[in-house]
Design a protein around this ligand. Structure first.
Ligand SMILES: *Cc1c(COP(=O)(O)O)cnc(C)c1O
Length: 363
């Protein structure tokens, strides 16, 4: 019997144990077919059932309005950094696109968009080291812009938008990679939402894209077929061979979410989990939270210890205790506990106990 390891990695991240067990059980024989789910055609009836029921289940769980499409696209979240401007800024690369620079991924998104749109960064958290989300006043949202891009949860810094701006006529685009399905979202506020799968949804390498019907029509002829939203919607994400395994895995994750009581129940659990850690950060002088209390993420909890040497020791000892991958992103350092939907409360409690003990013995 091996020791239970809790995986706090930021992504690819842990999947629910029940999901992985089910994958193992049906790996060699997908529901009586005698072949594996990764060996069947993406155009066969059984796979059609997988993709259709995945979309249906997502709608059921999120209450996604009917005028939004659910697409599965190649290239993870980052491919969307280019696909969004290519599709939405239209044929004119001088079309303005607004960006909220609240962290590393927002910055990369703006950079990747620059060849395809006139990128304008309207707020930046750089001065605070991205530890909070700067206020966004409505006059900054120029109404002739093609869209406004924001990162709803900033994975490296552990901050999130609690309330989303009203874009007026400007469609709101959100990169929800590190938090989709972790809290209830009113999708009708957004023109498009995308998420790389590897944090809350499944394996890496693909993205889920939720797009409002009227935004499908702006792509110019230069947009590559596999990045064209309208083409993807028309082909129900099967323009070419998709990552069938990834979509199968998403369905299992969604079924697991439903069994957990749906998004409202998961959201409450995520609040409880993150509150355990934030309470300790607030009461101790040894640990210092990175994110401003008003913008704390429930998915990525970031903190510092008094010295880098202590942080290194913390990470090594935690790992020896079965608490895996707690080092912060290489560009920011410190400690980051990624506690996505599948992380059980017991895992967070074990981390809190470890932190108290470490503080007592090393502090
Ligand atoms: C992880 C992450 C990405 C990058 O995802 P890839 O699939 O590697 O491109 C982008 N945005 C956010 C917010 C992320 O957390």
């Amino acid at each position: 019997m091996t020791q239970q390891v809790y995986n706090f990695g930021a992504g690819p991240a842990m999947l629910p144990l029940e999901v992985m067990q089910q994958i193992r059980e049906e790996w060699l024989d997908y529901r009586g077919m005698g072949v594996s789910v990764i060996e069947i055609s993406h155009r066969c009836e059984q796979f059609d059932e997988i993709i259709t029921s995945t979309q249906k289940l997502f709608r059921e769980l999120t209450g996604l309005p009917d005028n939004y499409r659910i697409l599965f696209m190649h290239g993870g979240a980052r491919m969307q950094f280019a696909a969004v401007p290519m599709n939405l800024a239209g044929r004119v690369t001088s079309r303005k696109a607004l960006y909220c620079e609240t962290g590393n991924f927002a910055k990369i998104a703006a950079k990747d968009a620059a060849p395809f749109a006139a990128v304008k960064t309207i707020i930046s958290g750089a001065d605070s080291g991205y530890t909070s989300i700067p206020a966004l006043s409505s006059e900054l949202i120029e109404q002739d812009a093609a869209y406004l891009h924001l990162t709803s949860n900033n994975t490296l810094y552990g901050t999130r938008w609690n309330n989303f701006p009203d874009g007026g006529d400007v469609p709101l685009i959100a990169d929800m990679t590190s938090e989709l399905l972790s809290r209830q979202i009113d999708f009708s506020k957004f023109g498009l939402v995308f998420a790389g799968l590897q944090k809350n949804l499944g394996p890496s390498g693909m993205a889920m894209v939720i797009v409002r019907d009227d935004l499908l029509e702006h792509a110019g002829p230069q947009v590559p077929i596999l990045m064209n939203y309208q083409q993807c919607a028309r082909d129900n994400s099967l323009t070419n061979t998709t990552n069938t395994f990834a979509i199968y895995a998403i369905r299992l994750v969604l079924e697991w979410q439903k069994k957990q009581g749906g998004i409202a129940a998961i959201e409450q659990r995520n609040l409880r989990k993150s509150a355990l850690l934030y309470a300790l950060l607030d009461e101790s002088d040894f640990y210092t939270g990175v994110a401003h209390p008003d913008h704390r993420s429930t998915m990525n909890v970031t903190f510092r210890l008094p010295t880098e040497a202590l942080e290194d020791r913390f990470v090594a000892q935690a790992e020896a205790d079965g608490l895996y991958a707690l080092a912060g992103h290489r560009s920011v350092g410190g400690i980051r506990a990624s506690i996505y939907n599948p992380m059980p409360e017991a895992g967070v409690q074990k981390l809190v106990d470890f932190m108290r003990n470490f503080m007592r013995t090393q502090g």
